[in-house]
Ligand binder design. Structure first.
Ligand SMILES: Cc1cc2nc3c(=O)[nH]c(=O)nc-3n(C[C@H](O)[C@H](O)[C@H](O)COP(=O)(O)OP(=O)(O)OC[C@H]3O[C@@H](n4cnc5c(N)ncnc54)[C@H](O)[C@@H]3O)c2cc1C
Length: 394
């Protein structure tokens, strides 16, 4: 039986970064992932905020694509294209996970390609059973992703109301355009995220809203209508946390001898589905608290910085997808205003960069209203019409 001060279950972005930071500061860390680096179902989009916080991600010479053009489409087919002031880096998850795990290994973390099947014990004396053996650990970091099989052992199981289902394809091809298509009767959207040699295209909706088969059908229809060729494409499906505000309010992210980070703690923006930044940031906060010898610091700092922002997103999420403004759906208005207004394009660009917090969003919108009204008085408050099929997909 091998004993380690810290065991990390899961070597995705959250677990790998926590492993790296803890090992780099001299902690003995044992990290388990059943697959190690793999092509996890994901868009792979990393915002400017994430790249600024973790510059090694843009410096690393890995397979990533920096995209500057974005297109938003409303449920009725209106569209708005705009330049992203800060590019969105789109990674293959095989590459991203590989990069992060390699950094953890170089820092001294011990990596095991083993599935953890059982966790028992208590603070200071955890027993982990894997497909290959038994291990003991003092502290347990749970980073096993959205399907975290140990969650119910520490907290209540995730309610379907706190999840989204996704379905997608990795499609051979190239593009220089990120596309987001909002949909009728679905709390979610279709995305196309171009990577260097293929595209990650997918669809997400609240769990229970519709079936995965129906989501797949709608995605395939949309892809066909927009001239994407599915020959050689690989299908994927996964769940995505989209916690309600009340769930975020009540949840615990650490306890006696354990901490939860990344998707396993539900740290995903319920509007955009962005989880990579929160996985990395929660890992960083968790490692800092463990190194300071005070795991409860993690709860406080995560609450102030991350959970407060996710709670705001959760509160506006339903209204964003289904609400109305001036007699028309918010999604239709948003696309129309993005098409017409420079200041709204700037705002959208900052949202995609992760630099516009939900806290200041309302005041920024209010500041933009006078110029929007002026353009309305000038007769330019028209709604853009349907756009012709894309031309820059090859
Ligand atoms: C379809 C889809 C598209 C997305 N697109 C984006 C996007 O474009 N941008 C963005 O920011 N976020 C996106 N996300 C969210 C993002 O993928 C997650 O937030 C991110 O992967 C979370 O990282 P993590 O390390 O917490 O979990 P994961 O990446 O899920 O890693 C968990 C790891 O734990 C391992 N594991 C699980 N159980 C065990 C076990 N019992 N024993 C050993 N190992 C185990 C798994 O093998 C896995 O490697 C998307 C999610 C989905 C589903």
């Amino acid at each position: 039986m091998i004993h380690f001060p810290i065991a990390i279950v899961g070597g995705g972005p959250a677990g790998a970064l926590a492993g790296e930071l803890l090992a780099a500061s001299g902690k003995k860390v044992l990290l388990f992932d059943e697959k190690l680096a793999w092509e996890k179902p994901c868009g792979g989009g990393l915002t400017h905020k994430a790249l600024a916080q973790y510059p090694f991600l843009s410096e690393a010479r890995t397979d990533s694509n920096f995209i500057r053009q974005c297109e938003l489409r409303s449920p009725s087919g209106r569209s708005a294209r705009f330049e992203l002031r800060h590019p969105l880096a789109i990674f293959s998850r095989l590459e991203l996970n590989g990069l992060l795990l390699e950094r953890a290994r170089r820092s001294g973390a011990q990596l095991r390609k083993e599935r953890v099947t059982k966790v028992a014990g208590e603070n200071g004396a955890w027993q982990l059973t894997t497909t290959y053996g038994e291990y003991r650990a003092g502290h347990l970091v749970l980073a096993a992703g959205a399907r975290n099989p140990f969650r119910a052992q520490f907290l209540s199981a995730i309610s379907p109301d706190d999840l989204m289902v996704t379905a997608g394809y990795f499609i051979p091809g190239q593009s220089s355009l990120v596309q987001i298509q909002f949909l009728k009767e679905i709390t979610g959207y279709i995305w196309v995220f171009p990577r260097p040699d293929h595209l990650s295209a997918g669809i997400a909706a609240k769990m229970g809203e519709t079936t995965t088969a129906e989501l797949r059908r709608r995605l395939e229809l949309w892809l066909g209508e927009n001239h994407f060729n599915l020959e050689g494409a690989r299908f994927y499906s996964h769940i995505l946390p989209a916690f309600r505000s009340q769930t975020l309010e009540e949840m615990e992210v650490c306890g006696d001898g354990w901490t939860m980070i990344g998707d396993s703690a539900g740290l995903v923006d319920p509007i955009t589905g962005e989880g990579l930044y929160y996985a990395l940031r929660s890992a960083e906060l968790c490692a800092g608290a463990l190194l300071a010898g005070d795991p409860t610091q993690y709860r406080v700092q995560l609450g102030e910085e991350v959970i407060s922002e996710l709670k705001l997103a959760a509160r506006v999420s339903q209204r964003f997808y289904t609400g109305q403004i001036f007699g028309e759906s918010i999604l239709e208005r948003m696309v129309a205003l993005t098409e017409q207004s420079e200041s709204i394009r700037g705002l959208m660009s900052d949202l995609f960069a992760g630099m516009q917090s939900y806290r200041d969003l309302r005041s920024r919108l209010l500041r933009a209203i006078p110029s929007l009204m002026l353009s309305g008085l000038n007769g330019s408050m028209r709604l853009p019409s349907r756009r012709a099929p894309l031309s820059n997909y090859s």
